[in-house]
Design a protein around this ligand. Sequence first.
Ligand SMILES: *Cc1c(COP(=O)(O)O)cnc(C)c1O
Length: 452
Amino acid sequence: MRYISTRGQAEPLGFSAAVAAGLAPDGGLFVPATLPDLSGRLDAWRGLGYEELAFEFLRLFADDIPGDELRAIVRGAYATFDHPQRAPLVKLAPHLWVLELFHGPTLAFKDFALQLLGRLYERQVRLSGKPITVLGATSGDTGSAAIHGLLGKPGVRIFILYPRGRVAPLQERQMACTGAANVFPIAIPGSFDDAQKIVKDLFGDRAFVAQVGLSAINSINLARILAQSVYYLWARLQLDAAGAGEVEFVVPTGNFGNVLSGWLLTRMGVPGLKFCVATNRNDILHRFFTTGRYEAGMVEPSLAPSMDIQVASNFERYLYFLEGQDRARVRTAMAGIAAGRGYAVAKPVLGPVRSVRLDDGGIKQVIARVHREHGYVADPHTACGFAAPAAGVPQVILSTASPAKFPETVTETIGVAATHPTLDALQSLPIVRHDIDGSVAAIRDFVLKHAR
Ligand SMILES: *Cc1c(COP(=O)(O)O)cnc(C)c1O
């Protein structure tokens, strides 16, 4: 399988090289040159356990990794989850399910991708003999999931920048209480955007990138998208067994990564899938799906902080399909967005996608309603999904985080203390973080000093 850039001006690469590269050198995102047709395989896949299904799916894409190695990587990745089904599908009402994606080590759905990606990086280091330095910025969940995907991996060190005092206390503890020698959580003054800017500047410094073997772990990585497709497939096969016809997956969305993973299956011949994109008050995607115009606004903090984004970095992959896989048109569209002119299409919806938006007041109301009606405790991100109006077909709400990660909002709203033993255990561990001023030079020096 070859992977091409959405912008069409980079060499096609094999799976491992595209995963190692992250972003394509022309600034585009890697997509499979052709998508496999899964329709003839689904019957054979019914009844497989999660890891087996993941292996069967991923081997179609990661065809440059020997099968037994890939199987071991997949098994290792999901052995870290504390639920035997990995992604349990919980039925709340006759036409309503929750797909719980928070049973991984950091209690958010990003573990599905980052536990796998960490092991792919480990393999790459072993094969090349060259160490990797991972650098990223986080507003919370990505950083902790990335750290837990990479901690203790030989030849890999990970530096995560975050805005001091602006990530949830438990999220900070998940990053700063690992005790792992290859993990460097760095608190800087300012906002998430400031942290992101430093990371971008450092990736622009070619000498530095080469010197430390710098690698990104953000949601544009191809392996992250494919790893997430598996749980949609897993849920769809179980819904078939339960006799459910067409269903709508409702996906709490920020960077459009998660929902894209599911939507890609519609291009691979998997039937019966519809999607609803759920946003918080940062509603660029909701505006796009209702008006056809994609225009960045200002990011405002919300009760669902992992969805506080202004530009949905994975949107480019969807746009590539919207533009009929014409990569010159993708370049023009992305240049327009970068120049602040936005992007508009006559027909914003390609396939069955709609959207919903929920502000902070709504998030609390929905948490209360879901608790009252179903006795179910939803986290603030998942609550955005529960806001989707009935679709005329059964709905599956993706639960992207455990309510225990956001105890303030949950407890304040329904009076139920949301806890989890993993998080409780963190309270007694020492925090090891690095307070550094927010200059590019200071961060560069710090990384150089510790990446030897
Ligand atoms: C990252 C995250 C999201 C948004 O996912 P995208 O792939 O960026 O759309 C939603 N909920 C939680 C809890 C997250 O951590």
